[in-house]
Design a protein around this ligand. Structure first.
Ligand SMILES: Nc1ncnc2c1ncn2[C@@H]1O[C@H](COP(=O)(O)OP(=O)(O)OP(=O)(O)O)[C@@H](O)[C@H]1O
Ligand SMILES: [Mg+2]
Length: 259
């Protein structure tokens, strides 16, 4: 077991009102496993991912990465934010080099890794451009390889392809899959998209708006790369869509309770 989420709870206080977002959330992720978190808007996906990253603290409960308790951000965990978060004043190249400089990676190794990363992401020739001069897909790829620069063992992705159009999304899903398989990275990805979850994941966890409660933990037992046309693939999608509808039902129930 690589990551353990152990009884995590988190509430926010707004104008004296307490919003209990996560209550006693627990699950484990195995080494090299790709897990997606699926769920309606506002169910606590970003909150949970940020707690796993160490940027936010849980009110109670713990996160363990390889049996070591997380008590802040670390280079063992790369993070890709919901909205890229590239530095707009830095070129592609500078953005990618930045985390390695922070980690005091020697200059020669930095340059070597940069070349390697530009090549896997097919961004060669774009290294001198600024984020504003890139397409959405290129920005996305830059964010992905920047997170990979320091070779994290765990990658946390918050809707990494949310802003990318349908066709580009498929291409990037395939590219991401190749990168993950090659480096045997353990990943937790937040997504809204059922097709993306089934295509990318070894396991899909569905959260509901009832305090983030996990209402499904489904293993996707299909060989890679996956055939989006195959019957079982589409059965998985159908099942998850049904579960998501239930997750939305929880929201309605929660809303009635407040009345
Ligand atoms: N810093 C904060 N202060 C107060 N409330 C917050 C804070 N961050 C998140 N919340 C609340 O916690 C709940 C969960 O938010 P979160 O961002 O985790 O949802 P999400 O599942 O990622 O949604 P989406 O799919 O829309 O990105 C929301 O009700 C939100 O308003
Ligand atoms: Mg979110």
């Amino acid at each position: 077991m690589k990551i353990k989420i152990d009884n995590v709870s988190k509430s926010f206080r707004n104008n004296k009102k307490v919003n209990e977002v996560l209550k006693n959330i627990s699950f484990e992720v195995n080494e090299g496993e790709f897990v997606s978190l699926l769920g309606p808007s506002g169910c606590g996906k970003t909150t949970l991912l940020t707690i796993i990253s160490g940027f936010k603290k849980a009110d109670s409960g713990n996160i363990f990465v390889e049996n070591k308790k997380v008590d802040g951000p670390g280079v063992d965990r790369g993070f890709i934010f919901q909205n890229y978060a590239l530095f707009p004043w830095m070129t592609v190249e500078k953005n990618i080099l930045y985390p390695m400089k922070q980690q005091k990676v020697p200059k020669e190794d930095r340059e070597k890794r940069l070349k390697e990363l530009l090549s896997i992401s097919k961004l060669e020739g774009k290294e001198k451009l600024y984020p504003s001069q890139l397409s959405g897909g290129m920005k996305q790829r830059t964010a992905v390889i920047r997170a990979l620069a320091c070779k994290p063992e765990v990658l946390l992705l918050d809707e990494p392809l949310g802003a990318v159009d349908f066709q580009m999304r498929k291409i990037l899903q395939e590219e991401l899959e190749n990168i993950f398989l090659k480096d045997k990275i353990t990943a937790i990805m937040v997504t809204h998209d059922v097709d993306e979850a089934v295509y990318m994941s070894d396991r899909v966890i569905v959260m509901s708006t009832d305090k983030g409660k996990i209402i499904e933990d489904l293993k996707i037992d299909l060989p890679r790369p996956r055939d989006r046309e195959c019957e079982i693939y589409n059965k998985y999608k159908e099942n998850l869509t049904k579960v998501l509808t239930t997750a939305l039902g929880y929201e309605e129930v929660a809303a009635t309770k407040e009345d």
